[in-house]
Design a protein around this ligand. Structure first.
Ligand code: ATP
Ligand code: MG
Length: 250
């Protein structure tokens, strides 16, 4: 059985079809890349899966549990974590305290504060933020804020993490470090959905890639197969201006 199974997911905002009958499955331990031009519907799809927005149509099961009607904290507690494209930490709290919050709310039974802080220390080591754990979150640089997002998600002890552009704004060297970190996280048995505009990273990491365009899934397969697909190339070059192969230049 797939770990995550989304079927026919659809989201309308007024007359805009942001997500259009998308199926998305993730197997245990798998890395799935989710790409597509700006406005393709990637973040909206993550919001539908994690309960932040209700789908207009379609359904999601995670680890055999139907997610319909569940609130985001309940979904997170099942082991489905996500990061946010725009990091919004508690700015005056320390890095360590920020990570202890999801650890505290994870579970049943809830760990005490001391245990949550210990847990925060453990995940901060994984993402390389150990030395900065006592800084206020507002003092962090962009790459460190991305690491903090990852640490908060890891503190939920997830089986699947949906990562919404955790590499945005990173230099090529920082992207390499982030790829290494995601491989380490995946090696712990955590499945990943990686949303990324840095194609080198998403193609290098993913076992399978799904491409969205105008809310629809236009391609799915191994990275090399997807990058060679004509509809994907058209989507990235601007399908709207493309009159098709063999057409006369303007
Ligand atoms: N709350 C909302 N209300 C109305 N329209 C929305 C809302 N959220 C997203 N949209 C629209 O839905 C479409 C999909 O947006 P979404 O943010 O999911 O795209 P994305 O693939 O994540 O893009 P990006 O790569 O820029 O992050 C866009 O046209 C966007 O303007
Ligand atoms: Mg987005």
């Amino acid at each position: 059985m797939a770990l995550l199974e989304g079927r026919g997911l659809t989201k309308l905002f007024g007359r805009l079809v942001a997500v259009d009958h998308v199926d998305l499955t993730v197997e245990p331990g798998e890395i799935v890349g989710l790409i597509g031009p700006n406005g393709a519907g990637k973040t909206t799809l993550v919001n539908l899966i994690t309960g932040l927005e209700a789908p207009t149509d379609g359904a999601v099961t995670f680890d055999g549990h139907p997610l319909r009607g569940r609130q985001p904290p309940a979904i997170a507690r099942l082991g489905l974590a996500r990061t946010f494209q725009i990091a919004q930490p508690f700015r005056t709290m320390t890095v360590r305290q920020n990570v202890a919050v999801p650890a505290l709310f994870r579970g049943d039974p809830a760990p005490g504060v001391a245990a949550a802080l210990r847990e925060a220390d453990a995940v901060l080591e994984i993402v390389g933020l150990g030395p900065k754990r006592d800084l206020p979150a507002r003092a962090l640089t962009t790459p460190d804020l991305r690491r903090l997002e990852l640490a908060k998600a890891l503190a939920l002890r997830p089986r699947l993490m949906l990562l919404d552009e955790v590499m945005a704004g990173l230099t090529p060297t920082e992207v390499d470090a982030a790829m290494e970190m995601l491989r380490r996280i995946n090696a712990r048995g955590i499945a990943l959905v990686v949303i990324e505009h840095v194609l080198r990273a998403v193609m290098g990491l993913s076992h399978r890639v799904v491409v969205l365009h105008h809310g629809r899934k236009i391609a799915e397969g191994a990275p090399a197969q997807v990058t060679a697909a004509p509809e994907v190339i058209r989507a990235y070059l601007g399908a709207d201006q493309d009159a098709g192969p063999g057409s006369a230049p303007p």
